[in-house]
Write a protein that binds this ligand. Structure first.
Ligand code: HEC
Length: 183
């Protein structure tokens, strides 16, 4: 008799487990949050699937690992509607040369070495300005001013992000100096 009792208890347990699985099973197999570029107007096929640094994530997605908000003012109208990130305009390798969607402006090369080299001020004729420093790059990102204090074209959004995120973005621009994929 005892045997039948424990058998019934066993079957009962299995039934309870089955019901629980039915009720909550869908909670388990859920795919994790995939980290990748948000789908934006300018899709970036070369965007990495996983980001090696917070700076890289910000560059491609305008989101921070810290969860702190990254916002912007200005930029073209489509940015206001769909959002966007540095890579949408400056390209996945930071070399620019891409016409900003729906404007007549071409986004410049923003690799660190280009921005900070002495020749940088020769590229634009009368737009000449001294080379960038880390602090001046950060000012360009947040206030939209070139090293001479001249406002950048309004197609360049004015960004708002934490100091740490700004540091991470500039650190990322430094990694773009090498060949793709190399630090
Ligand atoms: C909607 C397009 C767009 C996006 C998005 C964008 N930029 Fe720009 N950016 C531009 C354009 C266009 C210029 C050139 C403005 C000018 O020459 O007056 C520029 C200029 C700059 C400059 C100054 C370069 C120079 O030669 O003076 C820096 C630095 C820069 N961007 C960094 C960034 C970073 C970092 C991000 C992402 C957080 C970003 N930009 C996102 C369009 C964009």
């Amino acid at each position: 008799m005892r045997r039948w009792g424990s058998l019934a208890a066993g079957i009962g347990l299995i039934l309870v487990a089955a019901v629980l699985l039915l009720l909550f099973g869908s909670q388990f197999g859920r795919p994790g949050r995939t980290i990748g570029p948000r789908s934006q107007t300018g899709r970036i096929p070369e965007a990495p699937l996983e980001f090696r640094s917070n700076g890289e994530q910000i560059y491609f997605t305008a989101t921070s690992r810290s969860g702190e908000p990254i916002t912007f003012r200005g930029g073209p109208a489509w940015m206001q509607m769909h959002g966007g990130s540095c890579a949408n305009c400056h390209g996945p390798d930071g070399r620019g040369g891409i016409r900003v969607h729906m404007t007549d402006v071409v986004a410049p090369d923003i690799r660190y070495r280009t921005l900070t080299s002495a020749e940088h001020d020769e590229h634009g004729g009368d737009e000449g300005h001294p080379p960038y420093t880390d602090a001046l790059i950060q000012r360009a990102i947040t206030e939209g001013l070139d090293p001479a204090g001249k406002p950048l074209d309004p197609a360049m959004p004015r960004w708002s992000m934490s100091q740490r995120d700004l540091d991470d973005v500039v650190a990322y621009l430094k990694t773009l100096d090498g060949e793709r994929g190399e630090p």
